[in-house]
Design a protein around this ligand. Sequence first.
Ligand SMILES: Nc1ncnc2c1ncn2[C@@H]1O[C@H](COP(=O)(O)OP(=O)(O)OP(=O)(O)O)[C@@H](O)[C@H]1O
Ligand SMILES: [Mg+2]
Length: 513
Amino acid sequence: MDQNIFLGGGGNDYSQPQSLTLKYANRHGMIAGATGTGKTVTLQILAEGFSQAGVPVFLSDVKGDLSGLAKAGSEGHKLHQAFQDRAQRIGFADYTYGACPVTFWDLFGQQGHPVRTTVTEMGPLLLSRLMDLSEAQEGILNIAFRVADEEGLPLLDLKDLQSLLVWIGENRAQLSLRYGNVSTASIGAIQRRLLVLENQGGTKLFGEPALELADLMRVDENGQAVVNILAADKLMGSPRLYATFLLWLLSELFEELPEVGDPDKPKLVFFFDEAHLLFDDAPKVLVDKVEQVARLIRSKGVGVYFISQNPADVPEDILGQLGNRVQHALRAFTARDRKNLRLAAETYRENPAFDTEEAIREVGVGEAVTSMLQKKGVPGIVERTLIRPPGTQLGPITKAERKALMDASAMKAKYGQLKDRKSAFEILQSRADAAAQAAAEAEEQLETQSTAEREFSTARRYSGSRVGRSSSRVMRKKDTFATAMSEAVIKELKGTTGRRIVRGILGGLFKAR
Ligand SMILES: Nc1ncnc2c1ncn2[C@@H]1O[C@H](COP(=O)(O)OP(=O)(O)OP(=O)(O)O)[C@@H](O)[C@H]1O
Ligand SMILES: [Mg+2]
């Protein structure tokens, strides 16, 4: 028999077990419902179920209340009796409390281990989205990535991108010949956006050691898989950073995981809370990309579950791909609410026992209209399901408990410290230093030279033949110097002082020629 995750009880007296079939769990899903209707608890019990089945989970904790997954529920909890009653009502005889192995992550490195990626890995499309760039600015960013590639400049952190932009500004004229107009205005605009991104905490996201996906897919010695919790409460203040990061993670998974078709159970399940943030005023290319990734990532064994107040927040093309659905109550105050409700109801396979639309309006807290994929991936008939109570703690763990778990984690040693290896910033810096030094040496040489020239001018009054020889020797010397200060070195000068020195010297030299 196929392995599954117990969801709750459906049918007339909530006595018919409803469950999510693991074999179809990679065909995505949705948890929707108005505020306070039970979405978070549903996510919690699904995460518990996946973890117990050995399927690693990645989820974002928007309100900070999911850290409770790391701790077993207890008889002392104020809802203990309510949970027991609920379990009994749905015939959940082996309901017990138990904890999940949890790893905490945090883009800001405070409530979890730092999650980092590199600028190169993020790529121009997502970075443009992250910085809200115009099409023209995105074009420049594309050139920047190209140039970094050609010049062998690793783009790890925002400092690297910043210094590359400076370099591009300085070599604007030449780059424009190759790639079309590279305007100072666009470069300036990107630099300003970069500042905004830094202020939003982007500095922390970019750098090394970058997150290794295998670290999200660990299973403990008991065969229980890790639930990865991304602290997202503070992150919600930068919705763009939040959405882009999760999208990046999804596309990384897509690119790195091998094709597995339809495995017995997923390799990883990804819960995307506040999913509307992903689509709010997102350009069409990006929505298309999400749609594409969602469609293709299935065969890599990754299930994606969107959590949202209203299913209408998710674009239709994507909604159509979400096979496993838990729809908590929706409100029906306004005409638009009623329209959304009707549309939501229409997407289910009707149950003759009740009216879907009415049920979505009426279900109580912790109750939902559910439809899970059945044999051959066919959507199940819609059910009114009383969701099972959680086995882990409802509500957050304490700060001290979180710290203890973080300290005990192997991820602490691996990701705790930022490592700044040689990348674009350092390389451009050292090239600039080298050029400045060459410039200084040249200056010295020139000084010696001018003494020689002075002597020679004096000498020339006496002998015509010496003029030719000496003069040509001096010219040769200049030529050698000009070659040494090859264009490549000159154009890579970064420090203004260095550049001014070189310009001064070369200006004189070239005129002399
Ligand atoms: N399956 C359940 N078993 C027991 N109690 C539940 C269940 N689902 C919800 N509840 C109760 O309802 C409360 C609210 O649920 P929950 O926090 O999941 O709502 P929500 O939809 O996530 O709300 P919000 O939109 O505000 O985040 C829970 O704190 C809990 O007391
Ligand atoms: Mg919630």
